[in-house]
Ligand binder design. Structure first.
Ligand SMILES: O=C(O)c1ccccc1N[C@@H]1O[C@H](COP(=O)(O)O)[C@@H](O)[C@H]1O
Length: 203
């Protein structure tokens, strides 16, 4: 799970075939489909299956969940065919262990301080804002921020204008974005997706 430019990028909350194609063509390493209820980006499993089918093997498809039971996560993942699941909630290591058996890439999203990646058995740690998908940043630039040991993704209020500085300030291995590449809430902008990926990988 690396890319030639060295910055792993996930574009999240995709709902249309065009947006999926744009993200893949622009060089995203992963694309996310939101299964958490109540988001303007929520899609059903059948829609996600159609979208995921457009994605080449080298790009990870991720189902995004929030406070959903393991059985529900598994059902959505099976029905949609996503190859990764991202959990935002109160899941513990036992939930990751249960899902590990399914062979999917496991992403753990948290707003809490974490010392090292993989503590819950996840493949990728994601440090996000307390209100995921809100477009609100958290204090990743604070002087007392200590990055976890290992490879982790930064999310929360990122956009083409701040992603490079955010990556440089935190040392994150990659970035995850939703709101910052939308022209209105829940509606992606192809131009912003391209600009985000270019900015994240600018040297
Ligand atoms: O995008 C959502 O609506 C969402 C809903 C529930 C859980 C996670 C969600 N998205 C995740 O939030 C961050 C992106 O946040 P931002 O909008 O860029 O500030 C990312 O991890 C998404 O996967």
């Amino acid at each position: 799970m690396t890319d030639a430019a060295g910055v792993f990028i996930k574009i999240c909350g995709l709902r249309t075939a065009h947006d999926v194609d744009v993200a893949v063509a622009a060089g995203a390493d992963a694309v996310g489909f939101v299964f958490a209820p109540g988001s303007p980006r929520t899609v059903d499993a059948a829609t996600a299956r159609e979208l995921a089918a457009r994605v080449p093997d080298g790009v990870l498809t991720v189902g995004v969940f929030r406070r959903q039971a393991v059985a529900e996560v598994r059902r959505f993942a099976e029905e949609s065919g996503v190859r990764g699941v991202q959990l935002h909630g109160e899941e513990g290591p036992e939930d990751f262990e249960a899902l590990r058996a399914d062979g999917r890439t496991l992403l753990r999203a948290t707003a809490e301080h974490v010392k090292r990646c993989g503590e819950y058995g996840e493949d990728l740690l994601l440090l996000d804002a307390p209100d995921p998908g809100s477009g609100k940043p958290w204090n990743w630039g604070a002087a007392d921020f200590t990055a976890p040991e290992g490879r982790w993704l930064l999310a929360g209020g990122l956009n083409p204008g701040n992603v490079r500085a955010a990556l440089a300030a935190t040392g994150a291995w990659g970035a995850d974005v939703s709101s910052g590449v939308e022209r209105e809430r829940g509606v992606k902008s192809p131009e912003l997706i391209q600009a985000f990926i270019e900015a994240a990988r600018a040297r």
